[in-house]
Design a protein around this ligand. Structure first.
Ligand code: NAD
Length: 366
């Protein structure tokens, strides 16, 4: 029997609550499809600080290294907000994990079911069938990591800060590959977003993407858009996009815009794929909901488990090659919502169910 091993890092706030739901769904999926899942759990974020003195304890990192993927909850909360910035749960756990596993590709589906249109700040008539798109963001290059990165006092007493935006052809090609693979399973339409009218890195980005797509995937319809226009177009008509491919900072901003137009954070999942391959010759990845620890509702049993469950489905697809199992989970979540099961964040006047009842509804439909 095929066996997949993954690290479970539930984190803080609603993290452990929704993680329980995701694990139940994964187990049922494994039973149905005849593969085995082995997981071990370890503290991260605030739980890591409380139990082992730091947000990413050594034992947690060791567990991740022994695993083929990481299923991550979310980290942080008021209890740890007064720590120095470098020790804060998010910064001191997610960033080192991204670095340790060279997680260069952030895959963020932007999905809004038609029946949840009221959750979007956009007028429902603009998105009558909801929203279905994916943002592929380069995650380890660009202005967040380029050197020099410094602040200095000049001879005339003025102060200057410098960030450097750097991209290599090889970095652009490997993220283009992820966009190609994603588009192959969808409508074969990719929009590459840059600022090629101003930035050297964007001129290279556009050239490399154009040449790479022509060579590797000529069947995919590739378009280009400046980032300022993309921000407007997302708010005006999001369904003109299917797959957006973009660099780190532009992706940071656009993927959050995409999240807000898709309504509740409780429905949005993400994958961060690494350069390394696991024992199944598939990418090592970290899978997590787009939202945070929701301290306002933590511990009440009312969090929406869908984002965590959909993140688990992404893990099955990308790191374990179980595309059909992943699609079934996605359909079960959709069917539960269509059948009227809603947690408070997506209820809109309908009766709201708690985390457990929502999970049960999804399990029944799987
Ligand atoms: P948040 O995403 O935790 O919450 C924003 C709003 O969305 C809240 O009203 C919350 O109740 C709601 N929400 C989020 N997920 C939900 C779910 N699954 N079901 C129902 N409602 C949900 O953002 P915030 O309040 O800005 O941050 C809270 C803490 O989370 C902070 O400490 C922040 O640093 C941390 N955070 C962590 C991550 C991460 O671990 N990747 C990401 C974002 C924020």
């Amino acid at each position: 029997m095929k066996t997949f091993t993954f690290a479970v890092l539930p984190g803080d706030g609603i993290g452990p609550e929704v993680m329980e739901s995701a694990l139940a769904v994964l187990q049922k999926s494994a039973d149905r499809h005849g593969f085995a899942l082995k997981h071990e759990e370890a503290p991260v974020g605030g739980a890591g600080i409380d139990q082992a003195g730091k947000a990413l304890p050594d034992a947690t990192l060791d567990l991740c290294r022994r695993s083929e993927a990481i299923l991550f909850g979310s980290v942080g909360g008021p209890k740890w907000e007064n720590l120095p910035p470098a020790e804060q749960p998010e910064r001191a756990s997610l960033l080192p994990l991204r670095k340790a596993f060279s997680l260069f590709a952030n895959v963020r589906p932007g999905l809004l079911y038609a029946e949840l249109c009221p959750a979007s700040p956009l007028k429902s008539e603009r998105i009558p069938e909801g929203i279905d798109m994916v943002c592929i963001r380069e995650l380890t290059g660009g202005i967040y990591f380029g050197e020099p990165k410094t602040t200095r006092t000049l001879e005339d007493g003025d102060i200057e800060a410098i960030d450097t935006m750097v991209y290599r052809k090889s970095e652009i090609e490997r993220i283009a590959d992820v966009a190609i693979a994603t588009a192959q399973g969808r409508t074969k339409k990719v929009c590459s977003v840059d600022k090629a009218n101003v930035l050297e890195t964007s001129v290279l980005w556009r050239k490399v993407v154009t040449e790479y797509f022509a060579q590797k995937a000529p069947e995919i319809e590739l378009s280009h858009m400046y980032v300022d226009n993309a921000a407007m177009q997302l708010a005006r008509d999001p369904n003109q996009f299917d797959v957006i491919l973009t660099e780190n900072m532009f992706g940071d901003i656009l993927s959050d815009e995409m999240a807000v137009i898709c309504g509740s954070l409780g429905m949005l999942c993400s994958a961060s794929l690494g350069v390394g391959k696991n024992a199944h010759d598939l990418p090592f990845g970290l899978y997590e909901p787009a939202g945070g620890t929701a301290p306002d509702i933590a511990g009440q049993g009312i969090a929406n488990p869908c984002a965590q469950i959909l993140s688990a489905a992404l893990m099955l697809r990308h790191s374990f090659g179980q595309d059909q199992a992943a699609s079934e989970i996605e359909s079960a979540v959709r069917q539960a919502v269509t059948d009227g099961f809603r947690t408070g964040d997506i209820a809109f006047g309908k009766e709201a169910v708690g985390t457990k009842a929502m999970t049960e509804a999804i399990l029944e439909r799987l």
